[in-house]
Structure formats: structure tokens, C-alpha cells
Design a protein around this ligand. Structure first.
Ligand SMILES: C[S@@+](CC[C@H](N)C(=O)[O-])C[C@H]1O[C@@H](n2cnc3c(N)ncnc32)[C@H](O)[C@@H]1O
Ligand code: SF4
Length: 461
């Protein structure tokens, strides 16, 4: 397939509105407390019967300092002794989940996210992986995707060597911006040398895919300043790059209140940064995968997109199609059979549930058949920029034009604007529509019509 992207600023401005990032459909806003432990246990039984491979997500919520822009689920603390009591609960949760989901099923994906997973000591990392391997059967290195989020300020060469030995074969490195003025404004001081040292160690140890996270839209960012960051990062030649749009939602994320809004770049500057980023990375040989992600053409993500086998989950894009996902630790989200579920958000509540012998699931959703059909449409569009209509009709026993008779007229203006083409065989997202993929997906989202602008979602661009 054609993997090019076109930056049409006038169109982007016209379509700019709030919208979900579709790491799930329905999105987490639709989760409710009518879904708890009994519903989760029933989903586990269905999942076990299916024998589908598993994906494990383990959340380590702690960070040594807080970055003011951060929208992740984290606890800022200098007190490292807080990690052990939390990990003890995580081990008990691993044991309970393994008993429910069958220790004999293969885990094809493992992800440690945060917070800062390397906040814990090297001994604790060893112990956590020991417990995981004792409870679950991890696929061989060549077959499994074992990823960890790394803050280079919290990792050194020895840590990288250990992580590879423990089985990790991919990592993402948080960088955000190399400009000291921007770094000071967001309380994340991190030298280029720190980042490069971790990246080079990861390469030397044989990590298969190394990704770098950047954010545009941070205070004091300019087009020229961000070009400098990008040029330096491209010189490091990471396999993947995530260039996130800064989501400034200070009502929801307390630390963001410490960012002075007057210091944020204007929407005009942000769009210029976006356009320049796309051009610079494309010229440097990266492919735009979609939703803030770029990858080298030979990276697995780019290859999977070309062959139509790319998937998307809570951790972003993936090449592993239909794994059932077990979320371990505070705030983690699971996806089992036709359900999503979420663990308790606070450390106290999570520990209380574990200590009481319960599972810490506090909300979730069981998908209806309609939800599943819409999820299938949204997943194909967001991952492959295309939807094979006869294939969908056959899989779900529907007549596409009839089933989506309310939705298809919403695509007509997008077709006129050159965002997509639509016929009886397929929907194809054109280069101009790729940055606006969320808008296209929103047309199929039964929970929000394109006119709604619910609070809490970030802008599409
Ligand atoms: C869960 S964080 C963990 C990474 C690790 N703790 C670190 O900071 O390097 C993953 C990424 O989310 C991105 N991120 C966090 N807050 C964001 C926000 N408000 N808007 C956009 N991206 C954000 C950052 O790029 C960050 O590297
Ligand atoms: S960006 Fe990473 S290190 Fe910074 S506060 Fe968020 S999770 Fe912690």
C-alpha cells in the first residue's frame, strides 16, 4: 500500500476538534462500575476457552520527579521504599490472574509501563520478572514482543544489560525535547548524552526495536527549536518515533497547572511544527504509521501496515493481532474476549482489594455485537488506512451500506475534501486524510456524533 502522508494545513485547521485516540473502542469514558469482579471472572472463563494468546501489561506508577506536562498515571515520590509493598501486591495479582487465565497459555507480549518502570531497583526488576515467568509461559525471544518504557534519567548501561537478560527486546525512551529552555519549563532536565548512552547500550545488547518519544506543543517550543531536536534525534537513527501532540488539560492533570499557558506555542505555531516534523521525518526515510507514530520502512510496524496485519491496543500499535490483554497493577486496563476492564486507580484502593483477596477490577464494559462491529471498522481504518468492505460483511454477516446508512453520509464531505475514497469494495484513507484519521473513525463511533465535543478528549491535532 501507499504509505505517504500529505500535510494540508487548511484542511487540518478546518477539521480540528476534540476526539478520542481509539486505543480502545468503546473508549474508557464508557467504562462503568456495573462491570466488576463477577463480570471479569466470566470473561476470563470465555477467554480461557478460546485459547487465544495473551498479552501482559504491568504498571509501575512511581516517578522520582514529576514532569509538568505529564498525563500518565503516576505517583511522584523520592521514597523508593514505596515500591516493595506495591510489588508484593502485584505478585499476588499475577498469581490470581494466572489461576483464572491458565498458566499454560502463551504470552506473546509483555509491557512494563508507567510511571517509570526503572524506578524499582535491579533486584526488584529481577524479582518481578521471576514472578511473571513463574505464573505465565512467555513465548521465546524471537516470537514475543517484550517492551519497556524507559526514562533515560532513570537507567544506565547496567540496567539495560539486565533488562535484555530478563527478556526485554524493545524499549521506548522518553525524550520530549532537547532544548534546555523547554526542559526547564516542564521540569524535565535530561541531557542528550544521557539519552544516547541508553540508546547505544540497548543497541549493543541487541534490543530489536528502539523508539523515542517526543512531544510538540510544550512551552517555549518554536519551529526552529523543534527542528534542532528532530535533527539530533534522527542522527541517533531510532527504529521508531512517537511525536505526541501535547494534551493540555489542567483540570484533569494537576501538574499541568504549573505550566504557564502564555508560554505555550500558538495553534498556528503548533501546526507549523507538525508540518515540519512530518516533512523532516519523511525526508529522513521514516514512514508515517498513523496517530503520532513514525517508523523506518523495514521496522515490523511499517511492514505489518503494508501487509494489512497491523493492530492497535493500549500500548499503541502492535503486530500481534488478537491477544487477550491482562492489565496488572494500578489503573491497568485489560481486554478479555468481548470486554474491557480497569483496575483501581489509587495505590490504597488497589492494595486494599488485593489484601481482601479480591481482584482489583473496578469498572469496565462488555461489548455488544454492534460495539464489536464498529471496533472492527475503526481498527482497520486506524491501522491500515483502509477497510475491506466485503471482508467485513462476510465476517459479521451484515450489509455494510445498510448497517451504516446513518454513518456513511458523514463521510461524504470528507470524500469531497479528498480525505478518503469510498465504494462498495473499500474505504481508502488518502494521504490528506491520514492526519485526520480520528475524525474519520469518529463517524463510526456510536457514542459520539462528529458534532459532539465532549470535555476530556484532546484535540485531534
Ligand atoms: C507513560 S510515559 C512513560 C515514559 C517515562 N516515564 C518517561 O517519562 O520517559 C510515556 C510517554 O507519554 C508521553 N506523554 C506524557 N504526557 C503527555 C501529554 N500530556 N501529552 C502528550 N504526550 C504525553 C511522553 O512522551 C512520555 O514519554
Ligand atoms: S513523563 Fe514519565 S517521568 Fe515524567 S512524570 Fe510522566 S511518567 Fe513520570
Amino acid at each position: 500500500m501507499d504509505q505517504t502522508v500529505a500535510f494540508d494545513l487548511a484542511l487540518i485547521r478546518r477539521y480540528d476538534q476534540s476526539g478520542p485516540r481509539y486505543t480502545s473502542y468503546p473508549t474508557a469514558v464508557e467504562f462503568h462500575d456495573g462491570f466488576g469482579e463477577p463480570e471479569y471472572r466470566r470473561a476470563c472463563a470465555r477467554s480461557s476457552a478460546s485459547g487465544r494468546p495473551l498479552s501482559l501489561y504491568v504498571h509501575i506508577p512511581f516517578c522520582d520527579t514529576v514532569c509538568f506536562y505529564c498525563a500518565c498515571n503516576k505517583i511522584a515520590t523520592k521514597d523508593r521504599s514505596r515500591a516493595q509493598p506495591y510489588l508484593e501486591r502485584v505478585y499476588r495479582e499475577l498469581e490470581r490472574q494466572s489461576a483464572l487465565l491458565g498458566a499454560d497459555r502463551t504470552v506473546e507480549q509483555l509491557h512494563w509501563g508507567g510511571g517509570t518502570p526503572t524506578f524499582i531497583s535491579r533486584d526488584q526488576m529481577r524479582e518481578l520478572m521471576d514472578h511473571t515467568r513463574r505464573r505465565f509461559r512467555l513465548a521465546a525471544d524471537g516470537l514475543g514482543e517484550y517492551a519497556i518504557e524507559i526514562d533515560p534519567r532513570e537507567a544506565d548501561v547496567q540496567t539495560v544489560v539486565l533488562l535484555r537478560r530478563l527478556g526485554f527486546n524493545r524499549m521506548s525512551l522518553g525524550v520530549q525535547d532537547l532544548d534546555p529552555v523547554v526542559q526547564k519549563a516542564v521540569n524535565r532536565i535530561q541531557t542528550e548524552e544521557e539519552t544516547l548512552a541508553v540508546l547505544e547500550a540497548a543497541r549493543a545488547e541487541g534490543f530489536r526495536s528502539i523508539s523515542i518519544d517526543l512531544i510538540y506543543g510544550l512551552p517555549f517550543q518554536t519551529v526552529d527549536g523543534f527542528i534542532h531536536t528532530l535533527e539530533r534525534i534522527v542522527a541517533f537513527a531510532p527504529d521508531r518515533l512517537s511525536v505526541f501532540n501535547y494534551a493540555h488539560l489542567p483540570q484533569r492533570f494537576m501538574p499541568q497547572r504549573r505550566i504557564n499557558e502564555a508560554d505555550l506555542p500558538s495553534p498556528h505555531t503548533k501546526l507549523d511544527i507538525l508540518k515540519t516534523t512530518g516533512e523532516l521525518l519523511t525526508d529522513a526515510g521514516y514512514i508515517y504509521i498513523g496517530m503520532d507514530h513514525f517508523a523506518r520502512p523495514d521496522d515490523e510496524l511499517a511492514v505489518a501496515q503494508r501487509s494489512g496485519s497491523l493492530y492497535r491496543n493500549f500500548q499503541g500499535y502492535s503486530t500481534h493481532a488478537d491477544c487477550d490483554l491482562i492489565g496488572i497493577g494500578t489503573t491497568s486496563i485489560g481486554k478479555l474476549d468481548n470486554t474491557y476492564s480497569q483496575n483501581r486507580r489509587t495505590l490504597d484502593e488497589y492494595c486494599r482489594d488485593i489484601d481482601a483477596g479480591c481482584l482489583p477490577v473496578f469498572q469496565g464494559i462488555e461489548l455488544s455485537r454492534d460495539d464489536e462491529i464498529r471496533r472492527a471498522v475503526i481498527t482497520r481504518l486506524i491501522c491500515n488506512f483502509a477497510l475491506d468492505v466485503p471482508n467485513l460483511e462476510q465476517t459479521w454477516g451484515i450489509e455494510f451500506a445498510d448497517y451504516f446508512s446513518d454513518e456513511l453520509p458523514k463521510l461524504a464531505p470528507m470524500q469531497e475534501d479528498g480525505l478518503l475514497t469510498l465504494d462498495a469494495q473499500q474505504i481508502r484513507v488518502l494521504p490528506k486524510g491520514r492526519l485526520l484519521i480520528r475524525n474519520i473513525c469518529m463517524a463510526f463511533d456510536a457514542y459520539r456524533s462528529a458534532e459532539d465535543r465532549p470535555a476530556g478528549f484532546s484535540k485531534v491535532i
